[in-house]
Design a binder for this molecule. Structure first.
Ligand SMILES: *[C@@H]1O[C@H](CO)[C@@H](O)[C@H](O)[C@H]1NC(C)=O
Ligand SMILES: *[C@@H]1O[C@H](CO)[C@@H](O)[C@H](O)[C@H]1NC(C)=O
Ligand SMILES: *[C@@H]1O[C@H](CO)[C@@H](O)[C@H](O)[C@H]1NC(C)=O
Ligand SMILES: *[C@@H]1O[C@H](CO)[C@@H](O)[C@H](O)[C@H]1NC(C)=O
Ligand SMILES: *[C@@H]1O[C@H](CO)[C@@H](O)[C@H](O)[C@H]1NC(C)=O
Ligand SMILES: *[C@@H]1O[C@H](CO)[C@@H](O)[C@H](O)[C@H]1NC(C)=O
Ligand SMILES: *[C@@H]1O[C@H](CO)[C@@H](O)[C@H](O)[C@H]1NC(C)=O
Ligand SMILES: *[C@@H]1O[C@H](CO)[C@@H](O)[C@H](O)[C@H]1NC(C)=O
Length: 726
């Protein structure tokens, strides 16, 4: 009871200590042996707190250890110091550590303390075999059991400290790696080594290289070796034998193949065997070269090479010829020669058929003797063949025939096919096309078919062709082929001589002309809007035609003409439109004026007379007043008949115009119409608008035939103009 009370008294100040004042003065961390520690070393982290209190006793507080803000340890302590022990620090122990103290409602935390761990423990390396055959595999395992992944592994295959193969691999979820290494033909004693690398933030830590045990490699088969028969110098014609052999380990059961190769060609091979032989019947110069023997299993291949030198017995023969291009009937000399002229047996062949068994051959040749010749030379059992020689025998070309394909005439601007053909003569035949003796196009024909030349003649011209082959006689020329070119009418011009304003009764001279176009040219004159020409004519002249007629008021209007030749049908070009105006003749105007003046004079006379009669009547009696009336009537009648006359003459004129035809009108013919005068007038025509005919003379002579009839009213004339061209 007392004891209990005493105990309570003893504890009382402690319990009451909560009411004491206190402060957390300081909190810090210490590391042993330090903040940087070697991999595998023990590391002790200490948290030191300094609490000041009014009580004499230390109060109980809570201490918490954190790594990267993750709680590691939570202890309730009475002490100033608490430890956190890391046995064998590893890379994954790196990080930022801190500790916190909590007392009642007060707490204090240290700053972050960075722990770094140096180095990676050496990895362990194991191999699955200590002895291995060429072509098989070795499995290498490398591990770092102390560390946590990810780990980057580097494994190397070494022979005599020389790295022969290297493999690298990142392992994410294990701390070991298993890698397979193939064993190759030249591997003998191998060792494998491994390194581990671990990265931590920006830092990379690498281990030392750890070496495995030795791995011994056993040969499956030996490198092939050559045996050459005969030994020593090999001469052409000797029997030749190349033998290639290998030794095979009795344990090796896999399929293998032996190959003898010369350059890129396999000359001999054997399967499942230990030797292979290449034996051409006789050694020849072309057997000289580099021979390779290869042994191949599925994974292993071993190679050996040898150079075989063969001494030439005699050099390759040469077929000499007087000429490879011969005229028919010429002499061919063939001779087979060997450098040094040793004693040999010769054969000369044409197209693989023997023509002689001697060294020389002479013949008069014909076309059939063309062909490929070669010769063979034999000494002992060695036969050598010369290069082929092409002998060509040429028949002279026959006179070529030149002709053109188009049936109709050639129109300017269109192309024309010209053919040239020599029926006889050995091809190739070279044809030359010549225009006015200037040869311009060449064609080579490999048969006697005609050569085609496409030309585009612009004017009538002469063509010849020249044929030539390899015959020495040279070339043969064809006959002349005259190609007539029709120049189409391009432009037509209609003009009028003198003025477009013509008085009635005067002659209208229409002149339709073209630029240079081929004859004959068909001209047509139209009144505007008329479907049928009122005049047409075919002329052998580019200077066109004249058409003359006497103007009447009805001739007023628009005219045009067309011109065409064989090249233009059916669309012939049209000329410009010419407008002609017909005015009254001065004598007609005079006549009308005279009639009017006469009428006025008569009126005045009548008025004067009437005036005097009135005056007289005023003096005498009004009985005579009705006397002038009949006189007046007779005068008006006369005037009416005059105007009728004029109207009638007009209508008669109209009829004439309506019958404008090419034929002379017959209805007005008088019996003496044959009695006409023929006049030849020389007219000077100015041709300012003829830029396309520079050779034309400035003055041109127009012979116009004018027919005069007796009747002045129906006088008609036609002038057919023919201007001297060229
Ligand atoms: C590390 O700690 C372990 C366990 O406490 C102990 O057995 C070992 O001897 C220590 N190593 C060193 C080098 O002090
Ligand atoms: C530490 O442990 C105490 C008692 O075991 C507990 O009350 C407290 O919540 C723990 N603190 C943390 C941060 O877990
Ligand atoms: C023969 O071939 C081997 C292997 O390809 C090569 O090394 C050698 O130079 C060649 N010799 C001749 C003479 O071509
Ligand atoms: C082959 O042998 C001849 C004579 O022994 C020699 O002159 C020649 O250089 C050799 N050819 C080669 C390619 O070795
Ligand atoms: C002629 O012989 C050569 C080689 O000897 C051969 O290549 C060619 O094919 C032969 N020609 C004919 C037509 O038999
Ligand atoms: C063949 O002709 C050559 C000269 O071209 C001559 O030297 C050689 O003796 C001739 N051979 C025979 C067998 O006539
Ligand atoms: C040429 O041929 C004859 C008969 O076949 C042979 O006896 C002779 O040895 C040959 N000459 C040469 C140089 O090969
Ligand atoms: C044009 O000339 C040709 C040949 O010279 C002739 O046949 C033809 O009749 C002539 N035509 C005219 C309209 O004069």
């Amino acid at each position: 009871m007392y004891l209990a009370l005493l105990g309570m008294l003893w504890f009382c100040p402690r319990l009451k200590g909560q009411e004491n004042s206190f402060t957390i003065n300081k909190i810090e961390m210490k590391a042993e042996p330090g903040w940087e520690v070697e991999n595998g070393k023990n590391l002790t982290l200490k948290c030191l707190v300094d609490i000041i209190t009014t009580s004499k006793l230390w109060s109980q507080h809570q201490l918490l250890f954190y790594k990267d803000d993750i709680l590691l340890k939570n202890v309730t302590s009475w002490d100033k110091e608490e430890t956190f022990f890391i046995q064998a620090a590893r890379i994954y122990d790196r990080g930022n550590y801190k500790c916190k103290v909590i007392l009642n409602n007060k707490e204090k935390t240290t700053s972050d303390y960075s722990v770094s761990v140096k180095g990676v423990p050496s990895p362990r390396v194991t191999v699955d075999k200590m002895e291995v055959m060429e072509g098989s595999m070795v499995t290498v395992e490398c591990s770092v059991p102390e560390e946590k992944p990810p780990i980057y592994f580097i494994v190397e295959k070494l022979e005599m400290d020389i790295c022969k193969q290297r493999k690298e691999k990142m392992i994410l979820y294990k701390n070991f790696v298993t890698l397979e290494f193939p064993i190759e033909e030249k591997d003998r004693v191998l060792i494998f080594q491994c390194q581990a690398k671990i990265s931590f933030g920006n830092f990379l830590e690498a281990s030392e290289f750890t070496k495995s045990d030795l791995v011994t490699v056993r040969e499956t088969f030996s490198t092939p070796s050559f045996q050459i028969i005969p030994e020593g110098e090999i001469t052409e014609g000797d029997p030749l034998k190349l033998k290639c052999t290998i030794q095979v380990t009795h344990m090796f059961l896999e399929d293998r193949e032996l190959i003898i190769q010369k350059d890129r060609e396999i000359v001999a091979y054997a399967k499942h065997d230990t030797e292979v032989t290449y034996s051409p019947p006789l050694a020849k110069v072309e057997h000289m070269g580099n021979y390779t023997c290869k042994v191949e299993s599925s994974k292993i291949s071993k190679v050996n090479s040898i150079f075989i030198n063969i001494t030439e017995l005699f050099s390759k023969p040469e077929l000499l010829t007087s000429s490879s291009h011969l005229d028919e009937g010429g002499k061919l000399d063939l001779s087979c020669q060997i450098a040094g002229s040793p004693l040999a047996n010769f054969t000369i062949q044409k197209e693989n058929i023997t023509i002689t068994n001697s060294q020389n051959f002479t013949k008069r040749v014909w076309v059939q003797d063309s062909g490929v010749y070669r010769c063979l030379a034999a000494i002992r059992n060695v036969i050598k063949e010369s290069d082929p020689v092409q002998i060509s025998v040429f028949e002279i070309v026959s006179k070529p025939r030149i002709y053109h394909g188009s049936k109709s005439e050639v129109i300017q601007g269109r192309s024309l096919n010209l053919y040239c053909q020599s029926i006889n003569g050995t091809p190739p035949i070279i044809y030359n096309l010549c225009k006015m003796n200037i040869c311009m196009i060449t064609k080579k024909m490999y048969s006697n078919e005609p050569a085609l030349f496409t030309v585009n003649p612009s004017a009538t011209t002469e063509y010849t062709c020249v044929a030539k082959n390899h015959h020495s006689k040279g070339s043969v020329t064809s006959d002349v082929l005259n190609v007539e070119v029709i120049v189409p009418v391009v432009r037509v011009n209609l003009s009028i001589l003198f003025h477009t304003e013509v008085e009635t009764g005067k002659e209208i001279m229409l002149f339709c002309k073209t630029d240079e176009a081929s004859w004959p040219i068909h001209y047509k004159l139209y009144r505007h809007n008329a479907v049928v020409p009122f005049f047409e004519k075919t002329l052998n002249d580019t200077q066109g035609l004249f058409h003359t007629f006497q103007a009447s008021k009805d001739d007023e209007g628009q005219y045009y003409c067309t011109a065409s030749n064989r090249a233009n049908v059916p669309n012939s070009p049209k000329s410009n439109i010419l407008t002609i105006k017909v005015t009254l003749a001065p004598w007609m105007k005079g006549l009308i004026a005279m009639v009017i003046i006469g009428a006025i004079i008569i009126a005045l006379v009548l008025m004067a007379r009437w005036y005097f009669l009135k005056k007289a009547k005023a003096k005498q009696m009004p009985v005579e007043m009705s006397r002038p009336e009949p006189l007046l009537n007779s005068n008006t009648e006369k005037m009416q008949s005059d105007s009728n006359m004029e109207a009638n003459s007009h209508s008669g004129y109209n009829d004439d115009i309506g019958n404008h035809t090419m034929k002379p009108t017959t209805e007005h013919k008088e019996p003496d119409h044959l009695n006409m005068d023929v006049e030849y007038t020389e007219v000077e025509v100015l041709t300012p608008d003829l830029p396309r005919a520079p050779e034309r003379r400035g003055t041109e002579t127009v012979y116009s035939e004018i027919r005069k009839s007796d009747s002045g009213e129906s006088r008609r004339s036609r002038i057919e103009g023919s201007l001297d061209a060229t």
